[in-house]
Design a protein around this ligand. Structure first.
Ligand SMILES: [Fe+2]
Ligand SMILES: [Fe+2]
Length: 183
């Protein structure tokens, strides 16, 4: 049911599009908290990881560079990128794991906390989106670019969905293996 209504964001501006992504993932994180079966947990975690990979990619490829260009707000920009990197490591660990792993729920919960913090930084007053609105960025144009790139990345992900290897990520060798001695 999660895949059925695919929103082909028509002409949202860049910020509306990115915020809609945030709301979608928040909803899935909430559902994960309530999920009772491993199957449902895996489904939600997969949706969350895929959505976050697409979202962080379109931000990094399109929105963040345009933001830095227009505002010269290096601190906001760099912190956002560093937070993305932290999230991506955890996403890779979740993808290399499964609900029968003792640490699976903890990883998803910590990812949800990281994302909550990051989204707040983007959306809060004085944060990245507010600064973007105050700048001369062409948010409609960027919205179109983001939507197009997002659709492209989602199609790629759908193609690799057809074959079900749950942890075979194309060009990634051994992502989150360094986990065993968590002290
Ligand atoms: Fe975002
Ligand atoms: Fe972000």
């Amino acid at each position: 049911m999660t895949k059925s209504k695919r929103k082909r964001a028509k002409s949202q501006d860049a910020i509306a599009l990115l915020k809609a992504d945030h709301r979608q993932v928040e909803k899935w994180f909430k559902e994960f908290e309530k999920a009772r079966t491993d199957g449902r947990k895996l489904e939600l975690a997969t949706d969350i990881c895929n959505a976050l990979k697409v979202h962080t990619t379109i931000e990094e490829e399109i929105f963040y560079p345009a933001f830095l260009d227009a505002t010269d707000e290096k601190d906001i920009h760099h912190e956002a990128e560093v937070e993305h990197n932290g999230a991506k490591k955890l996403i890779a660990e979740i993808e290399a794991s499964s609900p029968d792993d003792d640490y699976f729920d903890a990883k998803v919960t910590v990812l949800s906390e990281m994302i909550k913090h990051h989204v707040k930084e983007e959306e809060q007053p004085g944060g990245m989106f507010a600064e973007a609105r105050d700048s001369d960025m062409d948010l409609d144009q960027l919205g179109e670019q983001l939507a197009a790139r997002k659709a492209e990345l989602e199609d790629d992900a759908d193609d690799s969905d057809e074959t079900p290897p749950p942890r075979g990520q194309k060009e990634r060798s051994q992502p989150g293996r360094e986990m065993k001695n968590a002290r």
